[in-house]
Design a protein around this ligand. Structure first.
Ligand SMILES: Cc1cc2nc3c(=O)[nH]c(=O)nc-3n(C[C@H](O)[C@H](O)[C@H](O)COP(=O)(O)OP(=O)(O)OC[C@H]3O[C@@H](n4cnc5c(N)ncnc54)[C@H](O)[C@@H]3O)c2cc1C
Length: 306
């Protein structure tokens, strides 16, 4: 039996571990953080399959089907909710229109002001902390969990045949990847506002997603920044952007301000390296789309091991 180590207990490490379990492998999971304290737990988060091509589309599709499945479990934190997605330029109908429930193109007269195209459909909304807990409960039943900060993957080489590196932004230090960069994000959470549907405008990065018991409002993506001292101004900016779409939103509706860091990279590092007798599979750098790609990447890891 091959000895497998997974590094990382964010959405990428947990989904990878569970896919490995489904295919008969148990692993040792190394993480410096608890799953609910990883960057993954501070995400928005919805599945966002727009404009994906090639392997990114394949990964997105696998994840979409997994979330549709998980939405059937009431403890998962995944719900299928309606999203109004608007565009400032003309766009083709998306590749997933026959997979997501209720897809429709909004007619000319019903499009929000200033938009060229609008689509309305039901899409997985993932309440990150709840979903990570849901996954971790399964992970901890079948695998050994080691809370430890690794300085180097060499620490695992002697003891494992396969090491799967799902360390997110941590890869910058762990494998000295100079192409990794942080992308700071901030969300406003409200538990006192009712909205009819979620909303996303990629052009000016305005969005709100309705989870089971709260709504998140965003967003911001500050490339190269891990922290921002300017959180008050960022909150004011998000509030202003959202008010244009949702006039009833204001500061009194904000119950919490939440920040997180995306593991930025020009493209996901999904590749295999060989070191002495150990195979290393890198699976990190998902930037703002880790939830969208997670289950697809996890399936690709399993394929690599066949
Ligand atoms: C505000 C915000 C909104 C977002 N919205 C969405 C969205 O709507 N849809 C979407 O798809 N994505 C979204 N994302 C992006 C998504 O959250 C990330 O892509 C994803 O969380 C990355 O997951 P990860 O598991 O790679 O990294 P992480 O969650 O950072 O996990 C990394 C893991 O590696 C471990 N680790 C790192 N270094 C070491 C080390 N040296 N030794 C031991 N362990 C180590 C950590 O402890 C942790 O367990 C959003 C992100 C933010 C911040």
């Amino acid at each position: 039996m091959q000895k497998i180590a997974v590094v990382g207990a964010g959405i990428i490490g947990l989904s990878t571990t569970l896919k490995l379990n489904q295919n008969g492998h148990n692993v040792e999971l190394f993480s410096k953080d608890n799953p609910t304290e990883t960057n993954s737990s501070y995400a928005g988060a919805i599945w966002d399959g727009t404009f994906k091509e090639g392997v990114y589309r394949e990964w997105s599709e696998v994840s979409l089907l997994q979330y549709i499945h998980d939405a059937k479990s009431k403890d998962s934190g995944v719900t299928l909710k309606e999203l109004l997605q608007v565009y400032r330029t003309e766009v083709p109908e998306p590749w997933f229109k026959n997979i997501v429930p209720m897809f429709q193109v909004i007619s000319e007269k019903d499009k929000p002001y200033g938009t060229k195209e609008a689509h309305y459909y039901s899409v997985p909304h993932i309440n990150p902390k709840k979903y990570l807990e849901f996954l971790f409960e399964k992970v901890s039943k079948a695998n050994t969990i080691v809370y430890r900060e690794l300085e180097n993957l060499d620490e695992l080489i002697e003891d494992f045949d396969i090491v799967i590196n799902c360390s997110g932004l941590g890869a910058r230090e762990l494998v000295k990847d100079p192409t990794m960069y942080p992308v700071f994000g901030q969300l406003l959470l409200s538990d006192s506002i009712n909205i009819e549907h979620s909303y996303m405008d990629d052009e000016d990065f305005t969005y709100y997603f309705s989870h089971e018991d709260h709504v998140v409002f965003g967003g911001v993506a500050l490339k190269g920044k891990e922290f921002s001292k300017d959180q008050e101004n960022i909150s004011a900016e998000i509030t202003q952007k959202v008010q244009k779409i949702l006039p009833q939103f204001n500061e009194s509706k904000i119950s919490k301000i939440q920040t997180g860091v995306r593991p930025g990279r020009k493209s996901v590092r999904f590749e295999t390296e060989f070191f002495e007798n150990t195979t290393i599979i890198h699976n990190y750098g998902h930037e703002g789309l880790g939830y969208t790609y997670a289950w697809g990447c996890a399936s690709s890891v399993v394929e690599k091991l066949k």
